[in-house]
Design a protein around this ligand. Structure first.
Ligand code: F6P
Length: 361
């Protein structure tokens, strides 16, 4: 058996642990393992060492490393490949046939596709076209529906919570409102967990559109008491009631729209309305970098090993999913059918509210 592994979409701490787990458990079966570089680019584009052999040596000591030794991309979708059309404009073409041929030519029997919503939807499309695929869920956003959680999320929350801890002292020293923009795309999981753990006063998430007046009321209440400072966490997808999220780049061929600007907009609105000094910051890609937490390492190692176990059983077209205490297999189509958003009346939101957190509603 010859299997290949690739990592697609935005990186997430724990990718290397999956690569190591897949490689070691496949080698133990006497299989050959290959890594495809930069998503599918290693098979579709002329890049040096596009497909590399993974042996014990190649995956030694990588569990603790962030990033991915294979590289990744959130561009190259083989089903909707962006390229210049006859008139020089960007168009999308389907290169899946060429890709499946490339797998056959190299004698690769099965692909382990490690990715988030986008990459796993691509994997589902390839499975439909006949490729044997097993998916492994990855995303710091925690927005994949069929798994309790994804690796990368815990690390991102830890990084963001640490940042909030540091912001408290400077906010207090200057009697300022500090607004922190956190990642998560259309889901507020990172903002909710980090905001709760980092004791933010206001948490704004896409699932609960905010009223700026309510946000300012909470800010003012912090200055009426003896606190005199306020920490606001805004998910990058946070939006005012009746309005839309803030973007820095529109969607174009082969690329999703890029969110950004939520914290900056809030900062000027809050400063104007309350007169308090406000500073905003965007934590950005720091949330995706660095060593995975122990939780994410263990989850990634479990997922990688479970993926190989599914291949042993001849179970394809599915994704491994955490359903404690088990790791289960879920059909890729089902796993990518909808995003997992924060339940607005769920226990975690209620807990935050009982602790005095304002969601600006
Ligand atoms: O999906 C992961 C994620 O980090 C989102 O939270 C964020 O919106 C996006 O990727 C950023 O993507 P890029 O790396 O292209 O800036």
């Amino acid at each position: 058996m010859r299997i290949a592994i690739n990592t697609g979409g935005g990186d997430a701490p724990g990718l290397n642990a999956v690569i190591r787990a897949v490689t070691l458990s496949a080698l133990a079966n006497g299989w050959e393992v290959f890594g495809i570089r930069r998503g599918y680019d290693g098979l579709l584009e002329d890049i040096p060492n596009g497909v590399i052999r993974l042996d014990r040596r190649a995956v030694r000591g990588i569990t603790h490393q962030g990033g991915t030794i294979l590289g990744t991309t959130n561009r190259g979708n083989p089903l909707k490949w962006a390229q210049k059309g006859p008139d020089g404009e960007m168009i999308e073409v389907d290169r899946s046939g060429e890709l499946i041929e490339a797998f056959e030519k190299r004698g690769i029997d099965v692909l382990v596709a490690v990715g988030g919503d986008g990459s796993l939807s691509i994997a589902a499309g390839l499975a439909k076209r006949g490729l044997k695929v097993v998916g492994v869920p990855k995303t710091i956003d925690n927005d994949l529906d069929s798994t309790l959680t994804t690796f990368g999320f815990h690390t991102a929350v830890q990084t963001a919570t640490d940042a909030l801890g540091k912001l408290h002292s400077t906010a207090q020293a200057h009697r300022r409102v500090m607004i922190v923009e956190l990642m998560g795309r259309d889901a507020g999981w990172i903002a909710l967990f980090a905001g709760l753990g980092g004791t933010a006063d206001v948490i704004l998430i896409p699932e609960i559109p905010y009223d700026i007046e309510k946000v300012c009321e909470k800010v003012e209440s912090r200055y009426r008491g003896d606190r005199g400072f306020c920490i606001v966490v805004a998910a990058e997808g946070a939006k005012p009631a009746g309005g839309s999220a803030s973007y820095v780049e529109e969607a174009k061929a082969g690329r999703a729209a890029r969110l950004g600007g939520a914290a900056e907009t809030l900062a000027s609105e809050i400063e104007e309305r309350t007169g308090h000094e406000v500073r905003s910051l965007v934590l950005g890609h720091l949330q995706r970098g660095g060593e995975p937490t122990a939780y994410d390492k263990v989850l990634a190692l479990r997922f990688g090993t479970a993926a190989v176990h599914l291949i042993e059983q001849g179970h394809f077209g599915c994704m491994v999913a955490l359903d404690p205490p088990e790791i289960l297999a879920v059909p890729l189509e089902e796993a990518t059918a909808k995003l997992k958003l924060v339940p607005t009346h769920g226990e975690i939101v209620q807990t935050a509210r009982r602790l005095g957190v304002s969601f600006g509603d």
